[in-house]
Design a protein around this ligand. Sequence first.
Ligand code: HEM
Length: 206
Amino acid sequence: MLRRYVKPVVVVALLLPWFWLGYLVYLETLQTGSGLGADPVEGLLHYLGEWSMIVLLCAFSVTPLSRQFKWPALIRSRRLIGLSAFSFVLVHSVVFAIFYAELQLQILLREVLERPYITLGMASLMILTLLSLTSTRGWQRRLGKSWKRLHQWVYLAVPLALLHLLWLRKDGYDDVAIYTLWAVVMAAERLYVWRKRQRQDQKAVL
Ligand code: HEM
């Protein structure tokens, strides 16, 4: 019964940060100074960065949570949450490309090569782009067994994103610690299930 409400609730939850951003931008246009902070571009980049991290971790948590709480309905929203994480990262990167790199490929490449935290963020974005493009049923069918292997690259995209954040942060690591713990718990659940399956397979062979 509750199953059919899962997706609409997820959609509304994913739209809320965008609505809030719209409100902050609106406040900014009123020039009350209470929108995106003293430096609005930096405020925008940080807002989108934080939500990129949070939604990416939500996408990474769908499988373990639906498994542990026996809630398969959640799995049906996995693609939606993954694509939403990608859209946050993409807009975060576009803000960087427009306001920091002035839409010049040369500056963008120099930043990627010279600043390790940009290199790490960019690597994560590349992986998420590949995963988003191949997330359709069509690609799932075309790639067969390799599709699962390809989508395991999320195990690299998440630590790269965490390292990006850790590298650029100068002080105040509370949220980074929470994000890291969150990722470790979700990865540990996957490792536990994988090892359990391996043991069962070994038993079946014996
Ligand atoms: C999955 C990918 C990414 C995630 C999760 C992410 C997350 C974040 C977060 C949370 C912040 C805020 C840090 C803070 O508040 O101190 C941030 C800042 C930033 N990000 Fe990203 N990011 C990603 C990819 C990228 C990419 C691809 C670029 C550039 C092309 C980029 C450029 C930046 C810059 C320039 C800042 C601000 C640095 C500063 O304040 O000096 N990020 N990012």
